[in-house]
Design a protein around this ligand. Structure first.
Ligand code: NAP
Length: 289
């Protein structure tokens, strides 16, 4: 029951109506028996400053931040995690009596979502598609997973090259390089792991795909798509048909949300496998197959 003492958390973004975070976080609150409620706030870019300055006055305890505010919120935060300093974006804000702190939970969510697969990243060649905001978080995570090499393909090659340079300089990922479209199929063939971080194939454009129909996937590949809507993108379908092990972005979404909650509550909250399955099922009812 919501009472006068219930803690308030939320998410800001524009648009915001398709966000799954209210369903996810309110489910966490129930699971962990927390007296808290989570709501979505539609904040237009011109209102960002006002929205942030009102947080303390309204006694809001924590916020998630989605597009287009991930970069904009950083300037308002007195404390920034190392990852925020490196990536210059934040998706989680935590409020104390006097301070607003900024965190990013995407790379943690990605690593956690790998489960046992995590060990396979060490010394493997990885092909990453995309060079946007999510790609930066994934490249940061990959730096810690110690791959043999990372090959970045992006429609706009300059952005891939920029990201690779940043990976080398800031994340210590010395074995990264950008590749051209003409190299892509050969690279996919030679890499064990292929990750899509682009938005290509995301609902409603479910027939789009970031690789050719005849991309050389095989049963030796692990293919990951950050997209979770639809649950099985065309990209994953093509890879699966050729025998690859595949994974969508749903667990990453769950674990990055759990990490936000862990930051807000300063508590080691864990999901057991039964609860993880329950959480997936709840979210899946909101998504396209
Ligand atoms: P973003 O910053 O806008 O980057 C979009 C990327 O997709 C860029 O690399 C862009 O290439 C590429 N792209 C877009 N349209 C394309 C097209 N028609 N053809 C080829 N490439 C195209 O977006 P983002 O924040 O990185 O998000 C990317 C995806 O990750 C979204 O689907 C998002 O839902 C998903 N995501 C999932 C999670 C999760 O928890 N599972 C977390 C974060 C993000 P150019 O540089 O050439 O424009």
């Amino acid at each position: 029951m919501i009472k006068a003492t219930t803690d308030i958390f939320g998410i800001i973004g524009d648009p915001i109506e398709h966000s799954l975070s209210p369903i996810l976080q309110n489910w966490f609150f129930q699971q962990f028996a927390l007296d808290a409620v989570y709501v979505a706030f539609h904040v237009y870019p011109k209102e960002l400053k006002n929205a942030i300055s009102g947080l303390h006055s309204m006694n809001i305890k924590g916020l998630n931040v989605t597009l287009p505010h991930k970069a904009g919120v950083v300037d308002y935060c007195g404390i920034r995690s190392r990852e925020v300093e490196l990536l210059n974006v934040a998706n989680t804000l935590s409020l104390s009596e006097t301070e607003l702190s900024a965190h990013v939970t995407d790379s943690h969510g990605f690593k956690k979502s790998l489960g046992q697969k995590r060990v396979e990243f060490k010394n493997s060649d990885i092909c990453m598609l995309g060079a946007g905001g999510a790609a930066r978080s994934i490249l940061f995570a990959l730096a810690e997973l110690e791959p043999a090499g990372v090959f970045v393909y992006n429609r706009t090659r300059e952005k891939a090259e920029q990201l690779v340079q940043e990976g080398r300089k800031s994340f210590g990922l010395l074995n990264a390089r950008s590749i051209s479209k003409s190299e892509l199929n050969d690279v996919i063939h030679s890499c064990r792991i292929v990750i899509n971080t682009t938005s290509v194939g995301m609902y409603p454009n479910i027939h789009d795909c970031p690789v050719d129909e005849n991309a050389p996937f095989s049963d030796g590949h692990f293919v990951y798509d950050l997209i979770y809507n639809p649950l099985t993108t065309r990209f994953l379908r093509i890879a699966k048909e050729k025998g690859a092990a595949v994974q969508n972005g749903l667990d990453m979404l769950i674990f990055q949300g759990l990490e936000s909650l862990r930051i807000w509550k300063q508590a080691d909250l864990q999901l057991n496998s039964k609860h993880l399955t329950e959480c997936r099922s709840l979210l899946e009812t909101q998504l396209y197959e």
